[in-house]
Design a protein around this ligand. Structure first.
Ligand code: IMP
Length: 208
């Protein structure tokens, strides 16, 4: 199925593995690449749906944003789907940029965040990711978090978004921009949320 198609994601899956499909509504190729790899481990083909824009409501938490976006996307596509909403919370900035992460990234960017953090000792930060599934009937949301620190300069060319300024506690000394997609997928906020989702979706979980 070509990228961006909005028909049934199960339509091109013929026997063998993967056994099922799910639409991921995102224009973010980085999110899609990570989700595709994790989905394969569970026999699920993740199909990127980028023909519609993710509905971005300004809500107080990522779960609410992801659920409303999933609902809006379902109303357009009429097929089971997932939406990912992610926020970076910086301790010293009282959780900022949080639900404004997307806006802040495209306005002041990584250099703007580093400037705000100049001379700040407490570098603690957390990524929070909510993955919402909706099929027209059932809404389920899965959350994952990753603790780390904001480094003092942009490092690495891998990943996307804030990855080059975030060093996870799981990998001291490296930013997410300096680790492979495979490594990021072993501990990231998105991997935690998606793993819970895929376990539930495939029936291999305490959620069923
Ligand atoms: P959203 O979920 O697309 O609204 O993401 C908000 C902002 O966080 C965007 O600027 C993304 O590029 C960024 N972002 C989302 N996920 C990640 C990630 O896994 N690593 C780094 N930045 C991310």
């Amino acid at each position: 199925m070509p990228k961006g198609s909005c028909s049934n994601p199960n339509a091109d899956i013929k026997g063998g593995i993967p056994k099922r499909g799910i639409l991921l509504v995102t224009g973010n190729n980085g999110k899609f690449r990570e989700a595709r790899e994790i989905g394969l481990k569970y026999g699920v083909k993740v199909v990127q749906e980028s023909t519609i824009e993710k509905f971005e409501i300004q809500a107080s938490d990522v779960s609410k944003v992801a659920e409303l976006a999933a609902l809006a996307a379902y109303n357009r596509l009429k097929a089971p789907l997932i939406v990912d909403d992610t926020a970076l919370h910086i301790d010293a900035l009282k959780g900022f940029p949080g639900v404004y992460s997307s806006y802040v990234y495209t306005t002041i960017g990584l250099s703007g965040i580093l400037r705000l953090m100049e001379g700040v000792e407490n570098r603690g930060a957390t990524f929070e990711c909510a993955v919402s599934y909706y099929d027209g009937n059932l809404m389920k949301t899965f959350v994952g978090r990753l603790g780390g620190v904001i480094v003092t300069e942009v490092r690495g060319t891998g990943g996307f978004g804030y990855d080059p300024i975030f060093s996870p506690l799981a990998r001291p000394g490296k930013t997410l921009g300096e680790v492979s997609l495979e490594e990021k997928n072993t501990y990231s906020h998105r991997a935690v949320a998606l793993t819970s989702f895929f376990k539930w979706f495939t029936g291999d979980s305490e959620y069923t």
